[in-house]
Ligand binder design. Structure first.
Ligand SMILES: *Cc1c(COP(=O)(O)O)cnc(C)c1O
Length: 533
């Protein structure tokens, strides 16, 4: 053993070399600063050709700058979505309070699997979960939950609990060939299909209930379908409602769903399906639960207030549900991964408990402090709790209200501007999220009339096809023509989640995520649309 070499390694890589770290961090910050004065998008072209062929590794020990140099081109080649012109999707800048939390977390690298591996970081998770639960469920006595790798995994926890409720012991015995179904809406996120597949009930057994024009689950159809399923003797493991669909911010009526599933399950003497809400996007609506609309302290635009009131009333439904998914790494402006799966009553988690003999090396485990006794994951990062608590307390409740209201206002402004154009039509005009999904047709077409004809079923399939391909062509045309320095980037969805006549509606999409986006940026979008023929 060359002890001198070993000592050098220890000194370079295992003693916190403050000066070198600060220097490198300052350099990285400089690059972020430089990026911010450039237009969003491709800072550097990709080079996949040799990524696999040439994964070089240094042979001699180096230093922290070698580490920096190893990642630098990829760091520089990555768009941080810090530009207010990024409107493509629910992705945007992270806030710097979250960064403070994340850095603190990385310096300690706690592992949340058991409390002896993370000490007070476990307590921080309990705090973060409870803070979010109070915001969402509002009145709740025994909430509990965990941070997961993402909304997909948070939804998966709910699916698993639902399966255990209708098929007790499935964790040990498996599904034993039984048909088990789960229910979502047609506008639900595809992650629900993922969980149906991965949990073994099968993607074909995930039943999608039709939505109305607001992309909300149709309660009449849910009632009908549940009745059919129970009549056929099929166990319904879960209903995953959506609060804020990814494209159009459709919100399912939680109170109505709760009432319907309990009534019908009771009628057939079956256990009620687990009622989970995928609020990965929509949870920030809960920041308005106590907002005083009559005083309107944030001076939210008058015209929006009735819709805020509607949102407050819909959010009251959270009090009735069994569990919820929250993605803080989306509209919370936090870092990945900051998704939380939270149950309204802690008993729900007992469906997931492992026996202590199954986790031999956690012999001291206590399931209240040692989430490894029920989590899907073993090692679990603490980034979520650190990012959440740093953000919530940095920005504050009012700060979040302001940010969420601003996104709503900008979305509303774009909606109003687009609605005044005959060849445009906003598909989610009444929804109250940061997203705008809309049609742009060639000048001379009456978009609203065409939409109505599609709803009425009085239009031929090939005519619809033609309009949709015109719309995509116009989108591509704008994409090619935009000046990246001033024109916002939009995206295109093939189906917003409402399917009149069984057919998905494509649309242009804009999401107001960056609080720095301005009315002038919106005006430019409208001008760029008017410039298209
Ligand atoms: C993004 C999203 C998900 C998936 O969450 P990830 O964190 O990306 O895994 C689930 N549901 C909805 C409604 C979403 O928008």
């Amino acid at each position: 053993m060359n002890s001198e070499q070993l000592q050098r390694l220890i000194d370079t890589f295992f003693k916190c070399p403050k000066e070198s770290l600060v220097e490198i961090f300052r350099e990285l910050l400089g690059m972020v600063e430089a990026e911010n004065v450039l237009p969003p998008g491709g800072l550097m072209s990709r080079n996949y050709e040799t990524a696999q062929a040439n994964p070089e590794i240094h042979s001699l020990p180096g230093n922290l700058k070698d580490a920096r140099d190893a990642v630098l081109p990829f760091f520089w080649g990555t768009d941080g979505w810090n530009s207010p012109l990024h409107l493509e999707n629910v992705k945007g800048p992270t806030n710097y309070a979250s960064m403070v939390g994340a850095l603190a977390c990385l310096l300690k690298n706690p592992n949340l699997c058991v409390d002896t591996y993370c000490l007070r970081s476990n307590e921080l998770e309990v705090k973060a979960i409870t803070a979010l639960a109070n915001l969402i469920f509002y009145h709740t006595d025994t909430p509990w939950g965990v941070f997961t790798m993402g909304g997909t995994i948070s939804n998966l926890y709910a699916g698993k609990i639902g399966i255990e409720k209708v098929c007790p012991g499935a964790m040990q015995k498996g599904l034993t060939g039984q048909r088990i179904v789960g229910i979502v809406s047609e506008a639900a996120h595809y992650s629900n299909k993922t969980l149906a597949g991965w949990l073994g009930i099968g993607t074909d057994q995930l039943i999608a209930i039709e939505t109305d024009a607001q992309c909300s689950m149709r309660i009449d159809r849910l009632e009908q379908r549940l009745d059919e399923l129970y009549r056929e003797g099929v166990p319904v493991a879960f209903v995953i409602a959506t609060f804020g669909t990814t494209d159009a911010y459709g919100v399912d009526d939680l109170e109505a769903i709760h009432r319907v599933i309990h009534e019908i399950a009771a009628r057939y003497d079956r256990p009620a399906p687990h009622l989970h809400v995928d609020a990965a996007i929509g949870w920030t609506g809960c920041f308005f639960s106590e907002y005083d609309l009559s005083k309107n302290p944030l001076q939210i635009r008058e015209s929006l207030l009735p819709r805020v009131e509607k949102l407050q009333s819909l959010a009251r439904g959270f009090r009735l549900v069994d569990s919820v998914t929250i993605d803080f790494h989306k509209m919370g402006w936090g870092h990945y991964p900051s998704s939380a799966f939270i149950v309204n009553r802690r008993e729900e988690l007992t469906y997931l408990l492992r026996e202590k003999q199954e986790v031999p090396y956690f012999s001291e485990a206590d399931y209240r402090h040692d989430p490894a006794l029920f989590t899907l994951e073993c090692s679990r990062p603490a980034l979520g709790p650190y990012c959440v608590m740093a953000s919530l307390n940095g920005i504050g409740l009012q700060g979040y209200q302001l940010l969420v209201a601003r996104a709503m206002e900008l979305a509303d402004y774009l909606k109003q501007r687009l609605e005044s154009l005959d060849n445009c039509m906003v598909l989610n005009i009444d929804n109250l999220g940061p997203q705008v999904v809309f049609w742009v047709l060639p000048k001379g077409r009456d978009a609203k009339q065409i939409y109505q004809a599609i709803l009425d079923g009085t239009i031929k399939q090939d005519a619809t096809d033609r309009y949709f391909s015109e719309m995509k062509r116009l989108f591509d045309k704008r994409q090619q023509a935009i000046d990246p320095k001033v024109d916002a980037r939009l995206s295109y969805t093939n189906s917003i989640g409402f399917r009149p006549g069984g057919r998905g509606l494509p649309a242009w999409k804009a999401v107001f995520f960056h609080p720095g986006t301005s009315e002038a940026d919106v005006d430019r979008i409208v001008a760029s649309i008017e410039d298209l023929v």
